[in-house]
Design a protein. Structure first.
Length: 512
């Protein structure tokens, strides 16, 4: 496939996948709203962390695939870098035209990129990269283990921070009063009138969110703690989720607003979203734009809840709600939702509460068009950068490892493929091969590369047999720009998939 054909094919697939992604999100929104849970941000953030988790598990389980796994992880990280930089640049403009719930939905793209790249990525269609980076094998191994160490270190730090914070705020907490639990139940039913039906249907996409709210009511997990200055919900599982209020008195109206805000967080699954975003930051711990981007996501998720709480309110009621935010400043730590986190976006949040943007219906479809366009670009640039691993030379890959040339064939020269074992010929071949540099494509499997068109340009096929002291044999099929290495069984037959190395073309000079 020529370069132009590759670009056209990428473009066609990108258009199809972009339309499919927009359709997926539109259907998901429709399902959500038909169930009585309105205005949830789009939810595909979990996919990218899952992809990186699969990559990390494949490395110890399939060491032979380490190079290919590293290339795929590197490709996805490059896409995440480009996406987060693009969204950071566009966020100020997007916030002028779209509501917070839509802006929060735009940050679905890094997660959606992981999903799309897994099922429609470059390796599914064997696309060639636009740019190739050549790296020594030793450097790749250092990069791989450094990346994995960073991932584990960041996640361990975030998890321990969450557990210590949770222990601190629950240590001296006391249960809320009965009337406060009754108010929580009223708020829950007003926000999700069909929630009881959803909670009984385990196959429902929103079963866990509804059960999380009901678990707080069932297990009396609404508490007051002197260790918090702002209302928040903390917990990663249903039975271990707590709604924690500061140790101060609230009027019934104020508490209703606070509980409404926290229930919206739970119904939208924002705590699990923040966990997924933490996993995503851990996977790209060396990408600054990811960390900055997650701050924007947190701001938009908070304001998304503010919009739902203040839906239909007048100016006076909005001022009261903004005043409540100002009275309860706090800092967001661990995997929590909180009513008022003291962040640089607090001013933006207050402004949007007092001056809400236009309703979603006025811009219906534009955000889906934007999401579909970016999803298509993700596919178009999937695998745009590939890695070629510099393995070494024939000398240090084979000869220094105890292999020696025991026979050679010149199929294009001798008519009967007669095997030569003449020491002079073998020594001459060894001298010509020992300095040939070997590389490997990390964006193709060996068994796929063995039929790759680079092996069809045979410029002169040489067959070299290598033998080791323990009797094991290998066959080197030498082409103009590649070497395919096969294992030989006891009868001298090729067995298994070959290991394919690329060369710099010096093999054209081999002579008998």
């Amino acid at each position: 496939m020529t370069a132009l054909e590759q670009i056209l094919f990428r473009l066609v697939v990108a258009v199809v996948v972009g339309l499919m992604a927009a359709g997926m999100i539109a259907v998901d929104r429709s399902r959500f709203r038909s169930m009585g849970l309105q205005y949830a941000p789009d939810r595909y953030v979990e996919w990218a962390p899952v992809c990186f988790l699969v990559f990390a598990l494949l490395i110890p389980l399939r060491p032979s695939k380490t190079g290919q796994v590293l290339n795929e992880a590197f490709s996805l990280l490059c896409i995440l870098l480009l996406l987060t930089v693009l969204l950071l640049l566009l966020t100020p403009r997007l916030r002028r035209h779209f509501s917070a719930r839509t802006c929060a939905g735009f940050w679905v793209l890094p997660g959606l990129a992981g999903y799309l790249d897994t099922y429609f990525g470059a390796w599914k269609f064997e696309w060639e990269p636009f740019f190739v980076i050549r790296l020594p094998r030793s450097a790749l191994r250092i990069m791989l283990w450094t990346w994995l160490a960073g991932v584990c270190g960041v996640m361990l730090w975030r998890l321990l921070s969450h557990l210590f914070y949770r222990k601190r705020i629950l240590e001296h907490a006391v249960r809320a009063e009965s009337w406060e639990y009754g108010l929580l139940a009223e708020v829950y039913q007003s926000l999700a009138p069909s929630a009881q039906g959803l909670a009984k249907r385990r196959k429902s996409a929103y079963y866990s969110q509804c059960r999380q709210v009901e678990a707080i009511l069932d297990h009396r997990h609404m508490l007051r703690s002197p260790e918090v200055s702002t209302p928040l919900t903390i917990g990663l599982t249903k039975k271990n989720t707590f709604l924690v209020l500061p140790d101060r008195a609230y009027s019934r109206d104020e508490l209703a607003l606070i509980l409404r805000h926290e229930v919206v967080h739970l119904l939208h699954g924002d705590i699990s979203t923040k966990l997924s975003l933490s996993l995503l930051c851990a996977a790209g711990w060396f990408i600054p734009s990811l960390w900055f981007g997650m701050e924007f996501v947190s701001e938009d998720l908070e304001l998304c809840c503010d919009e739902m709480v203040t839906e239909g309110m007048g100016k006076e009621q909005r001022r009261n709600y903004a005043g409540l935010l100002l009275q309860t400043p706090g800092s967001e730590r661990g995997f929590t939702s909180c009513l008022s986190a003291s962040a640089r976006g607090f001013r933006y949040r207050l402004k949007r509460v007092l001056r809400p943007k236009r309703r979603e219906g006025e811009l219906a479809g534009l955000d889906l068009l934007f999401l579909g366009l970016i999803a298509g670009l993700v596919i178009f640039f999937s695998g745009a950068i590939g890695i070629r691993e510099e393995v070494g030379t024939v000398q240090n890959v084979f000869l220094d490892e105890g292999w020696s040339i025991s026979a050679v064939q010149f199929p294009r020269i001798t008519s009967h493929r007669e095997e030569s074992t003449d020491p002079t010929v073998l020594e001459s071949i060894e001298c010509q091969l020992r300095d040939v540099k070997l590389e490997q494509m990390l964006w193709k499997d060996n068994h796929r590369l063995s039929s790759y068109n680079i092996l069809s340009y045979t410029g002169g096929d040489y067959l070299v047999t290598l033998t080791r002291s323990d009797g094991e044999k290998k066959l080197l099929k030498i082409f103009s720009h590649a070497v395919a290495v096969y294992k030989l069984d006891e009868n001298g037959n090729e067995t298994g998939d070959p290991t394919v190395y690329l060369t710099d073309g010096k093999l054209l000079t081999i002579e008998n």
